[in-house]
Design a protein around this ligand. Structure first.
Ligand code: 15L
Length: 275
C-alpha cells in the first residue's frame, strides 16, 4: 500500500504519550514530519521539523500549519481538567487550527476526538457514529465541539476530517474497561494511515479501537476507508483479571463507557438521570 501521499505532515501534541508513539511511525507517511507542541520535543532528527506553538495563540498556530499538506492533530488537553484550560486548548485551539488550515489550503485533518464524546452510554450498549453525543465530562464536550467545528469546515470549505474517537491508546490496556476500549499504537498508526491515504475521506466519525473481543462500538463503517485492526486486548485479559478486583456494578465508572471520567472534574450526581 502507498503510505506516503503527503510531502509535509504536521503532528501536533508531539510531546504527549500518543505523539511520542506516532513520531517514529508517521515518518513512513511523509517526506517531512513537522512536529509541534508547546513544550520541548527533544532534538529534531532526520526528516523532522519542529515548531513550538501554543494552540491558543492564532499567530503561532498559523506558523505551525503553513506549508503542510495534512495535519494529525493529537494536541490539546487529553483529560478532564479546569474549564479555562480546556477552553484554551480544545476549543480556542481547535478553532485556531481549522482557521489556519483554511487560510493555508490544508485539505485533510485527522482529529483526536475521544470515546468521552459518548461516555454516558452504558457499557452494555452498542453505539454507532450516528448515535447522538452523550459527553461524560467537560473534556468530552470540548471534543464534541471539535467534531462539530470540523463538520462545518467540511461543509463550508471542503476540508476533510476524520474524527477519531480514540478509546484508550497505551502500550497495553491497564484495567478491565480498557479490554473494550484499547487501541494499540500500531493500530492507531494503521487507522491514521488509512485516513491519510483513502481517496475520499469526507467528514468521518470513527471509533479508534483495536480488534478487541469486547466492544461497545459498531465500527463497520471503517471498512470504507480500509482500516483493519491487527491487535487485540484479549492477550492481556487473564493477567488483568488476575490483578484487578471484581467490579462493583453500582459504580457509575463501571456502568458507563466513559469509566473514571464519569467522576472526574466538576461534582457529578446527575448520572442517576443518565439511565
Ligand atoms: C481519553 O480521551 C484520554 O485522552 C486518555 O488519557 C484515556 O484516559 C482515554 O480517554 C480512556 O478513556 O481511557
Amino acid at each position: 500500500m502507498t503510505m506516503k501521499v503527503h510531502h509535509t505532515l504536521l503532528l501536533t501534541g508531539a510531546a504527549g504519550g500518543i505523539g511520542i508513539a506516532l513520531r517514529e511511525r508517521l515518518k513512513a507517511n511523509c517526506d517531512v514530519l513537522r512536529l509541534s507542541d508547546r513544550v520541548d520535543m527533544g532534538p529534531a532528527q532526520a526528516g523532522e521539523e519542529m515548531v513550538l506553538a501554543d494552540l491558543s495563540d492564532a499567530a503561532q498556530v498559523s506558523t505551525m500549519v503553513q506549508g503542510c499538506q495534512a495535519i494529525v492533530h493529537m494536541g490539546g488537553m487529553a483529560t478532564e481538567g479546569a474549564w479555562d484550560t480546556l477552553l484554551q486548548a480544545n476549543i480556542v485551539g481547535v478553532y485556531n487550527l481549522y482557521e489556519a488550515a483554511r487560510q493555508h489550503g490544508v485539505k485533510r485533518v485527522i482529529f483526536a476526538s475521544s470515546n468521552h464524546v459518548t461516555g454516558f452510554y452504558r457499557q452494555n450498549e452498542t453505539i454507532t457514529p450516528a448515535h447522538p453525543a452523550r459527553p461524560d465530562s467537560l473534556y468530552g464536550v470540548s471534543k464534541a465541539f471539535g467534531e462539530d467545528l470540523s463538520r462545518m469546515y467540511f461543509d463550508r470549505y471542503g476540508i476533510e476530517t476524520a474524527c477519531l474517537r480514540i478509546g484508550s491508546s497505551f502500550a497495553e490496556p491497564k484495567d478491565r474497561r480498557m479490554l473494550a476500549s484499547w487501541l494499540s499504537f500500531d493500530d492507531l498508526h494503521r487507522l491514521i494511515t488509512a485516513c491519510l491515504t483513502t481517496p475520499v475521506l469526507g467528514h468521518s466519525i470513527i471509533f479508534g479501537i483495536s480488534d478487541n473481543a469486547v466492544a461497545w462500538y459498531d465500527n463497520s463503517s471503517v471498512r470504507t476507508i480500509g482500516y483493519r485492526p491487527q491487535d487485540s486486548s484479549d492477550v492481556f485479559r487473564d493477567a488483568i483479571y488476575a490483578r484487578t478486583p471484581e467490579p462493583d456494578l453500582s459504580d457509575p465508572t463501571v456502568q458507563y463507557q466513559g469509566g473514571g471520567f464519569l467522576m472526574a472534574g466538576i461534582p457529578m450526581t446527575a448520572h442517576k438521570n443518565g439511565a
